[in-house]
Design a protein around this ligand. Structure first.
Ligand code: NAD
Ligand code: UGA
Length: 478
């Protein structure tokens, strides 16, 4: 079976870039990405490519080549499903906020809604592909919903048939296009060879055959959760060692290099920082924890849960030490936060370490001037659940800070953020923060002044030469 028409449900950080690359590489496949969110679809169709809803290096060029040719963005969900011979489900699967499994289990309501909509609108034979990250055995539920809907839609039509595949996505934000164009592997889990061959045929147009792995459905679903759990575990491991380094005179970067050169350990994902953020690591581990408890494996659940606990601890540890170093109080003090996105090269702030750290400091009554090259002020407002409040030019205070409460505003430049600040906190590793002119910035700050470099991107010698007191994550020499 050769795939000619693809529909992708969900035009988010995964659906948009993934389908753009498929369309770019498979000229004979028509790809339609649909979403219930009209604004998001309008943004994907915006003639101004700088306004695409997802910021990813290289994405604009790919969309520019394919959009209108064989890549389409639409809100006509039913129409796109009816036309498609393959439907990707790439919708959000956040942690449940309420009810059974709240705080751990995945909320599958959007996935189930997709399955029901495919059941309602599909025609002929349709291969349904799980692209979202899902609890192991979700394919069973999707299959049950689809099997209940095999009757023809119109009299005289042949019965409708369905196959379900699992094809988890391993892209990382900020490098999504590179990850999609040259993936380490593509994983396809399924039960019938012809469906697996059909999807492998799509990827095979640009991915070498030996990188297309085939497994059963359940191994594929579980591999995605496991990959994220292993990656996150490395970050919690190195962050735990960073805290020990700070107390013992060791340097976490030297330790990371020393252990990373062991080919069994490898050098990647050993960067100590303010803890992992992003929409998936925490959610996927908590999902794994929930599954382990569900299947009667409490020790395994506790093991993985500790990875999340350590991460939360690391974020609070950083806000706590900022308060401690600033003489035990930040009330009314100005702090410049450099970076709000959960990592560089994305405008995504979901679960960003900056949210928890900024929130802690606001609780302490600090005034935060937040700078990020890609995150919009409105997004920061939503994340902090507090509107921005620009300080009075004369007093340098806001109404809130005058009464001892925390306040924040978005600074248009790094210089603006640090003006009059007691401390700078670097929370995202944007390239521009690696080459800051510390002499110039130092002159704009109130003395004594600190730099808390949670990403270890600033040149320590330059920071110290500028008369600033430096704290770097995992640096025991300070
Ligand atoms: P997202 O929130 O950016 O996008 C999901 C989109 O689905 C939203 O625009 C939403 O409006 C849309 N949607 C919801 N229900 C719908 C429906 N019934 N019909 C059509 N559209 C619908 O989420 P995302 O970051 O793209 O993640 C999607 C999935 O991929 C999640 O399961 C996530 O765990 C997984 N994943 C994400 C990443 C990542 O880097 N963000 C990487 C790998 C896997
Ligand atoms: C991660 C995985 O890397 C992807 O393979 C996966 O597809 C994706 O989750 C997902 O399922 O959503 P992503 O969260 O986009 O990708 O970005 P990462 O590069 O993994 O970074 C996650 C967090 O860990 C960031 O906050 C980053 O700053 C932090 N990190 C990463 C470190 O603190 N140290 C490191 O060495 C690496």
């Amino acid at each position: 079976m050769t795939i000619q028409r693809i529909c992708c449900m969900g035009a988010g950080y995964v659906g948009g870039p993934t389908m753009a690359v498929i369309a770019d590489r498979c000229l004979d496949v028509q790809v339609t990405v649909v979403d219930l969110n009209e604004q998001r679809i309008a943004a994907w169709n915006d003639a101004d490519l700088s306004r695409l809803p997802v910021y990813e290096p290289g994405l604009d060029a790919v969309v520019d080549r394919a959009r209108g040719r064989n890549l389409h963005f639409s809100t006509d969900v039913d129409g796109a499903i009816a036309d498609a011979d393959m439907v990707f489900i790439s919708v959000n699967t956040p942690t449940k906020a309420r009810g059974l499994g709240a705080g751990q289990a995945s909320d599958l309501r959007w996935v189930e809604a997709c399955a029901r909509q495919v059941a309602k609108s599909a025609r002929g034979h349709t291969i349904v592909v799980e692209k979202s990250t899902l609890p192991v055995r979700t394919a069973e539920a999707i299959r049950t919903i689809l099997e209940a809907a095999q009757a023809p839609l119109a009299e005289g039509e042949a019965p409708r048939t369905f196959a379900v595949l699992s094809n988890p996505e391993f892209l990382a934000e900020g490098t999504a296009i590179r990850d999609l164009e040259t993936p380490d592997r593509v994983l396809i889990g399924g039960e019938d060879d012809s469906s697996i061959d059909a999807l492998a045929g799509v990827y095979g147009q640009w991915v070498p055959g030996e990188r297309i792995l085939r497994t059963n459905l359940w191994s594929s679903e579980l591999s995605k959760l496991t990959a994220n759990a292993f990656l996150a575990q490395r970050i919690s491991s190195i962050n735990s060692v960073a805290a020990l380094c700070e107390n013992t005179g060791a340097d976490v970067r030297e330790v990371a290099r020393a252990i990373g050169t062991d080919s069994r350990i490898g050098p990647k994902f050993l960067q100590s920082g303010p803890g992992f953020g992003g929409s998936c690591f925490q959610k996927d581990i908590l999902n794994l924890v929930y599954l382990c408890r569900h299947f009667g494996l409490p020790e395994v659940a506790d093991y993985w849960e500790s990875v999340v606990h350590l991460n939360t601890w690391q974020q609070h540890r950083i806000s706590r030490l900022v308060v401690q170093r600033l003489f035990g109080t930040v009330t009314g003090k100005r702090l410049a936060i450099l970076g709000f996105a959960f990592k560089a090269d994305t405008n995504d702030t979901r679960e960003a370490p900056a949210i928890r750290i900024a929130h802690d400091l606001l609780e302490e009554g600090a005034q935060l001037a937040i700078h990020d090259p890609k995150v919009e002020s409105a997004q920061i407002s939503r994340d902090l659940r507090q509107d921005a409040e620009v300080p009075d030019a004369g007093t340098g205070m806001t109404a809130k800070t005058l009464s001892g409460q925390g306040a924040w505003w978005a600074a248009g430049s790094v210089e603006q953020a640090v003006a009059g600040a007691d401390a700078v906190l670097i929370l995202t590793e944007w390239t521009q923060y690696r080459t800051l002119d510390w002499k110039d910035l130092s002159a704009r700050m109130r003395r004594p002044a600190w730099v808390f470099d949670a990403r270890a991107v600033a040149d320590p010698n330059q920071v110290r030469a500028a008369g600033l007191t430096l704290w770097r994550v995992g640096d025991g020499a300070q």
